[in-house]
Design a protein around this ligand. Structure first.
Ligand SMILES: [Zn+2]
Length: 308
């Protein structure tokens, strides 16, 4: 039986109604609909009621329309039943936690810090909203002619305002490969100096133009560790909006355990026996990546033979 591969941040529960994005009249009507729900995004952070039991704060119905009527960027996330779900960007407010309409409603928090405690459906909606808002914030000008762009099609296209140009720009997702390299009962993990103390994880890197995913896997492993691998096999993927990636997970078997770590990308990389990982102290001496990450999924699936 095929293993179900539902990584955290995937499985977004709203229906992505592509036709609705182009239906301007219906979109306008939905903005004032009593069932409509609006999620505020502030500088890539989300409003949550509490850190102890985080859940997104939705502004609803008439209240939402009044509060955000002036907001220029309403982005349609999708529908759940009859209820339209939008995100709005409130990054222009300097101290939102103290400002209306957010005072007393909670605090803004980075999705990375709260996601282990979030219900999965909420986490995937927030990741989606974060990714879209980040794209809007970085594409305010046309890359072809330099004129301002404007949000259209429910926030899923930015169009150049220069009539002589008029190019449409679409949300981008940057593909990155992430891979668990094994050799018998050993796997290869590295660490970057910027990571939490003791954390070791799988190798990863961005796919380059003109390169297949398998080639990117082999290249990144070679560059970061000096290891040659057999043909990599796809495992699963994960949306990773920090800020705009999709992580494409692979498994690869090394041809040998010889390492050549002469590079700037990693602080260190080493082979770890599966017993070492099973006995991980999960503290500053050694810890595995967080459970929401595809890196941890790749490691755990190998450790517990979930693929076999
Ligand atoms: Zn243009």
């Amino acid at each position: 039986m095929k293993v179900r591969r539902d990584n955290y941040f995937s499985g977004m529960p709203l229906s992505r109604d592509e036709a609705l994005r182009r239906d301007t009249a219906t979109l306008e009507r939905l903005r004032t609909h009593p069932q409509t729900r609006v999620l505020a995004v502030w500088r890539s952070q989300h409003l949550i009621a509490s850190r102890a039991a985080p859940a997104p704060v939705w502004h609803e119905g008439d209240e939402a329309f009044r509060l955000f009527a002036e907001a220029t960027n309403w982005v349609l996330l999708g529908m759940r039943g009859e209820a339209a779900h939008f995100a709005v960007d409130v990054s222009h407010i300097d101290e939102p936690a103290a400002a209306s309409p957010f005072a007393g409603r909670g605090e803004f928090a980075d999705l990375r810090t709260i996601s282990p405690l979030l219900p999965r459906g909420d986490g995937s909606i927030m990741a989606y909203a974060r990714g879209l808002m980040y794209w809007h914030s970085r594409h305010r000008f046309c890359g072809v002619c330099g004129s301002p762009t404007e949000s259209t099609q429910g926030g899923h296209v930015r169009r150049c305002t220069n009539a002589d140009c008029g190019v449409s720009h679409f949300p981008r997702t940057d593909p990155a490969v992430i891979m668990l390299v094994t050799y018998g009962d050993y796997c290869l993990l590295g660490r970057q100096s910027s990571w939490p103390a003791g954390m070791h994880s799988t190798l990863a890197g961005f796919v380059e133009p003109g390169e297949s995913l398998e080639e990117a896997v082999a290249r990144e492993i070679k560059e970061e560790s000096g290891v040659d691998v057999e043909r990599p096999e796809y495992h699963s993927s994960q949306p990773w909006p920090f800020p705009s990636s999709i992580m494409l997970g692979f498994r690869a078997e090394a041809r040998s355990m010889d390492l050549d770590l002469d590079n700037d990308e990693l602080e260190t990389a080493a082979w770890f026996h599966r017993d070492q990982l099973l006995a991980s102290p999960e503290d500053d001496r050694f810890r595995l990546p967080r459970k929401i990450s595809i890196a941890r999924r790749l490691i755990d699936d190998w450790l517990f033979n979930r693929d076999d």
